[in-house]
Design a protein around this ligand. Structure first.
Ligand SMILES: [Fe+2]
Ligand SMILES: [Fe+2]
Length: 392
């Protein structure tokens, strides 16, 4: 299967996974041959991409932190969580954004939202713990509508994976997972265009007012919410702090090391490791996922950016760990061959080995004039070190 951008979908292509709309209703099942009418509908729904099946990519499945069925269950639960949070503190008609903000910042999350959050965090942690060999990779959100939900789930899943790599205990990972899931909890209240309050797109994206405030608002909400521990709360509070002290809201610094036990207890006033893990993952997920106001970076470019931010913005030791566990070209992603005999060809990553994480085996799809290869041609990048590729 391969991830096909919506603008490249043609009638006759077959879906490889169900297309789900709002975390609940299924629009099209797997194995469905798309018609021009279906495609029109997908475009109307502002989907970014659809997984399609074709003979060339048969058997190639992208690496995801969660199995598809679990992912869909958690998406549903997370959609409900966001709805319950909004329902508990509805926006009064005609109220200004800051009035509304002042209203919900003083409220704890409703009990049902916390039950759902605990369920989601625990399920993801258990699922990820089952396969500790999994590399850090994920599939960015497929639709604008699910962006908030997918962002929370992706940041949580990748935080769990990075925490595992850093050797955190199960209890610590659980605290981090809950904090990472709710790190942007204040943004759950943002009006969504077309869906809530008739808010304009301008207002939706004018998060400037909430930019710094969402950390302190989130902190205030979670602090008042029973069953959310202080360390989970700190993730929401500190996930935009920088190692060099130029972040917000407090402008505290980091140590650029992964502090544990005694070392951590002795170092007061610096960014908590949970928040540093969340900050790194949040930056990476934001850079690599689709959003209406930003073109997503392919994984290799996202990792380069993370590398550039190491030391000043992101924790250096965590970045090193992340780069050692996240492939530049994840399974099922597409690349362009940069040089040699197949220069300009488009290929799909068909196999990744843990020993050569950044030199996978790729399968050629089409040449530079977009003619599909009839014969199966693969290139083992580990065995051909001079061949360069870039992610698309
Ligand atoms: Fe944030
Ligand atoms: Fe975020």
């Amino acid at each position: 299967m391969r991830k096909m951008p919506i603008q490249n979908i043609l009638p006759g292509m077959k879906t490889a996974c169900p297309v789900v709309t709002d975390g609940d209703s299924m629009l099209i099942g797997a194995g469905y041959v798309l018609t021009p009418k279906n495609i029109e509908r997908l475009v109307d729904m502002k989907l970014n991409w659809v997984m399609v099946d074709d003979p060339l990519t048969a058997g190639i499945e992208p690496t995801e932190p969660l199995r598809d069925s679990v992912r869909r269950d958690l998406q549903k639960k997370m959609t409900k969580l966001v709805d319950e949070v909004r329902k508990a503190t509805p926006r009064p008609p005609e109220s200004t954004w800051s009035d509304y903000c002042a209203q919900f910042r003083g409220q704890p999350l409703p009990a049902i939202a916390i039950e759902l959050a605990e369920y989601i965090a625990l399920t993801a942690q258990r699922e990820i713990e089952q396969d500790s060999k999994k590399v850090i990779a994920y599939m960015p959100a497929a639709s604008e509508e699910l962006y908030l939900v997918d962002h929370a789930l992706d940041v949580m899943c990748l935080s769990i994976m990075l925490a595992q790599a850093a050797g955190l205990t199960g209890k610590e990972i659980g605290e981090l997972a809950l904090g990472a899931l709710l790190h942007d909890v204040a943004l759950f209240f943002l009006p969504v265009p077309e869906k809530h309050d008739g808010a304009s797109e301008g207002e939706f994206y004018d998060t400037g007012a909430l930019k710094e405030e969402h950390t302190t608002v989130g902190y205030d909400i979670l602090r008042k919410t029973p069953r959310v521990g202080i360390l989970s709360t700190i993730v929401a509070y500190q996930h935009h702090e920088y190692q060099d002290g130029r972040g917000f809201p407090q402008g505290i610094t980091g140590s650029n090391k992964i502090l544990r036990g005694k070392e951590l207890m002795q170092s007061k006033g610096i960014i908590h490791p949970y928040a540093e893990i969340c900050a790194l993952v949040d930056t990476f997920v934001t850079l690599t996922s689709d959003s209406r106001n930003r073109i997503p970076l392919p994984f290799d470019k996202g990792l380069d950016m993370i590398m550039r931010l190491a030391g000043t913005r992101l924790n250096m030791e965590l970045v090193r760990l992340f780069l050692g566990h996240a492939p530049r070209y994840p399974l099922g992603s597409e690349v362009i061959v940069q040089n040699g005999h197949y220069s300009g060809s488009r290929a799909i990553v068909a196999q990744i080995s843990h020993y050569a994480l950044n030199r996978p085996i790729v399968k050629l799809l089409e040449d530079e004039s977009q003619t599909r290869y009839v014969q199966e041609i693969t290139i083992d990048l580990e065995a051909n070190p001079s061949v360069l590729v870039r992610g698309v």
